[in-house]
Design a protein around this ligand. Structure first.
Ligand code: FEO
Ligand code: CA
Ligand code: CA
Length: 645
């Protein structure tokens, strides 16, 4: 414990007036071995507040806690969406829904062509945000990422109808490109309570893998971003594999480019990709998605810099349909999951970001300039400093907790990078962010997914989804061959998100206490994992305004072996103070649950069901023999109350 960070009274700087957790941690002197010998297993509650909190957390599993008011639901394996008693859902805007003025109705056999897809809602709904119009709870812009189209090599599972992938044609490649990107939907609640898209609204917009956009910030114009189509290195076509998202207080949306490498190929095969190309996972032969068969910019043997123009965070102004999206190079290039914002004490914006790749890193961007409410913040994400996290070893006086540092990725200010021959300037540090982070000694993590900031305490939480390649346990990543994942959290020094030091612990270790019954076995999970709430592979993560932590999974749904009893992918809700976790939603077969946002009053919740039936075993949401479709579900409480109460 670095008491200098927390003061003599041990209060958390994230919540100096109330938080007890660090005070009791100071007094908690169990070594890991002693701790486990006591037979308690590790407990999130111990991190939170020692034995008293542990008792409280256990009691709270029997009696309703004030924050979580719904009854946890059992897991399920059927082809249906399940919610707690007293909640209802509307299926909304499934893949192919007409969005633009000239959009044709979706064909139930999914044989719409590329031109139709460009006017319809895209596929594989992921991160999203509801931008209220004039503060309304009933009307706003729902912006949704369309991460990808389910496929097995060139056999896209559903995009061209059943068995419709071959022959592979230019129109199919273009349809796939048009199914990617982002939808901006003007939506409204009707008098009877159902939501609909406002047809002919000028806000409705499709952004695809072909939409013109700009590269901005320190790397824009760098020679590594120039191509034959864009000698300026500042103009790029499209965004894709937009996974999680972010949003800004000035009303823009952040679409995060994740596994961009799968879209690039090399024909003829490139036998010796550069170190950087290897580090970013570019294949040495044809691409996974096969757009390169018809569009030479995806062949990096011909356009070696085109892949450098992806892997960024893209800022979109949903209120200005004519505006070009901007790829903000100051935030670094990697497999971006989401982008969670908060502020430093002096009013600069901070964006937390995970790089979802095995043994990759956690980042934060701190802007140079202050946010001005109601002012011009259009350049805020172009100037600032990028940091990567190092988690130091467990503090010997505590289990699964320690301190850490934010390492500056600045060519002129970090001596390691200044002396490093691999980066000519700061632009190259940003284009090759992963290599710069390698050089400064960042901590390899178990695939960092979504980050979210507690709205009251300022604590920051990240899902580490799993890492079956991990050979050796490490700080904040305590299991080799980690098949279940965990949620790690930290508190910035002095309660200032601009700090370069932090204290971390583990909020939950997912696991299976039915399959691994010895609670000293880390695979059984932390004490806040029970046979009734267990899950694997936490991915989507977001606090609501009241401090409930919503957790979504993208894991194994075999319901057998190590995953026995865990059922389909799901959404849970946690009380961060007690550690209690309840299951709120279970999805249909072979889907991922991802993306969530609320109306401002928190009485309407939007959640995405992505790729139901990804290997062919779902007909959700239409049932019968219908082709399955990704869709949004709009959830309300039947008594009109706040979601989760
Ligand atoms: Fe697209 Fe890391 O989930
Ligand atoms: Ca995800
Ligand atoms: Ca995922």
């Amino acid at each position: 414990m670095r008491t200098d960070l927390f003061g003599d009274d041990g209060d958390s700087p994230c919540n100096p007036s109330t938080a007890p957790r660090f005070q009791t941690i100071v007094d908690q002197s169990c070594s890991r071995r002693g701790f486990l010998k006591m037979g308690l297993g590790m407990s999130a509650a111990i991190f939170l507040g020692g034995p008293a909190a542990l008792k409280a957390a256990r009691a709270s599993t029997a009696t309703a806690s004030p924050l979580l008011g719904f009854k946890s639901i059992p897991t399920s394996i059927d082809d249906a969406l399940h919610l707690p008693h007293g909640y209802s859902a509307q299926i909304f805007a499934p893949w192919g829904t007409p969005l633009l003025d000239n959009a044709p109705p979706w064909k139930p056999d999914a044989t719409d062509d590329a031109a139709a897809q460009a006017t319809q809602v895209g596929d594989n709904h992921d991160g999203m945000h509801f931008f209220a119009l004039k503060g309304s709870h009933d009307e706003g812009l729902l912006v949704i990422n369309h991460e990808y189209s389910t496929l097995t090599k060139v056999d896209y599972q559903w995009l061209f109808g059943r068995g419709g992938t071959l022959p592979w044609t230019a129109d199919k490649a273009l349809k796939a490109m048009n199914a990617h990107g982002v939808s901006v939907m003007h939506i409204k609640r009707l008098a009877e309570g159902q939501w609909e898209i406002v047809q002919e609204s000028s806000y409705n917009r499709r952004i695809t893998a072909s939409t013109p956009m700009a590269l901005t910030g320190p790397a824009a114009g760098n020679s590594l971003l120039k191509t034959s189509a864009d000698p300026s290195g500042t103009r790029v076509l499209g965004t894709f594999n937009n996974c999680g998202n972010g949003w800004t207080p000035w009303g823009t949306y952040l679409a995060c480019e994740e596994n961009f490498n799968f879209y690039f190929g090399s024909t003829p095969p490139t036998s010796t990709p550069t170190t950087a190309q290897q580090r970013y996972g570019l294949p040495t032969d044809r691409s996974y998605f096969r757009w390169d068969d018809f569009n030479p910019r995806f062949n990096y043997a011909k356009e070696p810099n085109e892949p450098n123009r992806f892997g960024w965070i893209v800022e979109i102004d949903p209120f200005n349909p004519a505006s070009a999206p901007k790829k903000r190079t100051a935030l670094g290039r990697f497999a971006h999951e989401n982008a969670a914002h908060t502020f430093t004490k002096d009013g600069r914006i901070v964006i937390y970001m995970g790089d979802d790749h095995r043994d990759d890193y956690l980042y934060k961007f701190v802007s140079r300039d202050r946010y001005i409410a109601g002012g011009d913040n259009s350049q805020l994400l172009d100037h600032g400093q990028l940091y990567v996290a190092r988690f130091n070893a467990d503090n010997p006086s505590k289990d699964f907790a320690g301190d850490g540092e934010w390492l500056l990725l600045d060519k002129s200010k970090n001596p390691i990078l200044a002396a490093h021959p691999g980066f000519a300037d700061q632009a190259e540090v940003l284009i090759y962010t992963r290599l710069a982070a390698d050089a400064v000694g960042a901590t390899p993590m178990d695939r960092p997914e979504w980050v979210s900031v507690h709205p009251q305490t300022g604590e920051v939480y990240v899902t580490l989804t799993n890492n079956n390649k991990r050979q050796k346990a490490g700080p904040a990543n305590p299991r080799a061959d980690n098949i279940y994942g965990q949620i790690v959290r930290w508190c910035e020094a002095g309660g200032d998100a601009g700090a370069t030091a932090f204290e971390w612990d583990i909020f939950v270790l997912a696991g299976n206490p039915v399959k691994h019954t010895d609670r000293k076995d880390l695979r059984s999970g932390s004490d806040n994992i029970t046979p009734d709430n267990m899950f694997n592979s936490p991915d989507g993560l977001a606090f609501d305004a009241f401090g409930r932590l919503w957790i979504q999974t993208d894991g194994k749904y075999s319901n057998s072996g190590d995953y026995e009893g865990q059922g389909n992918n799901q959404m849970l809700c946690a009380n961060p103070a007690s550690g209690e976790i309840r299951r709120f939603l279970v999805g249909p077969k072979e889907c991922e649950i991802t993306g969530l946002t609320f109306t401002p009053d928190h009485r309407t919740l939007f959640v995405n069901v992505q790729h139901p039936g990804e290997t062919g075993n779902s007909n959700w949401p239409n049932g019968g023999n219908a082709i399955p479709r990704s869709a949004t579900v709009i959830i309300t409480k039947d008594d009109g109350g706040i979601i989760g109460t």
